[in-house]
Design a protein around this ligand. Structure first.
Ligand SMILES: [Zn+2]
Length: 144
């Protein structure tokens, strides 16, 4: 999934969770579950884009998710908790980032990379993006 989709899911979870701790853990667990849904992403691992472009696209992806999470999901929790829960929903991708960007091919980065590689189900553009638009729409509906 796009990091943006993970963050928006985290924001929805923050609003629905009965406690902050449950929300943060549920957001983390949502990451592998969502990656099992066939999707399109920026393919930062496979395309030969150069390090700076990979970093730029990845950060833009993450920031778009945080922005949408803050703007569109109703604010029933503190901004700090909302941010923490969105970050938790993206966490496996942040842990994998040094593997991809700095070629740190050792644990825990390599473990997370291996697990994510196994779980990711790809679907080409545009269908793989449409799946995420529908998911985000559904998340916005259930949190309104
Ligand atoms: Zn992932």
């Amino acid at each position: 999934m796009l990091a943006a989709t993970h963050a928006i899911a985290g924001a929805a979870i923050a609003n629905l969770a009965p406690s902050p701790a449950i929300g943060v853990v549920a957001a983390l667990l949502s990451h592998p579950l969502l990656d099992c849904v066939p999707h399109w992403d920026l393919r930062t691992r496979h395309k030969n884009r150069g390090r700076n472009r990979v970093i730029l696209y990845s950060l833009l992806d993450a920031v778009i998710g945080f922005t949408v999470g803050f703007l569109l999901i109703p604010r029933t929790v503190s901004p700090l908790l909302l941010f923490l829960t969105m970050f938790s929903a993206q966490l496996p991708d942040w842990i994998e980032a040094p593997y991809v960007i700095f070629r740190w091919r050792f644990p825990p980065f390599s473990w997370v990379k291996t697990i994510q590689h196994i779980l990711h189900q790809k679907l080409p553009f545009p269908d793989g993006l449409l799946v995420q638009v529908i998911l985000v729409f559904f998340l916005l509906l259930i949190t309104k």
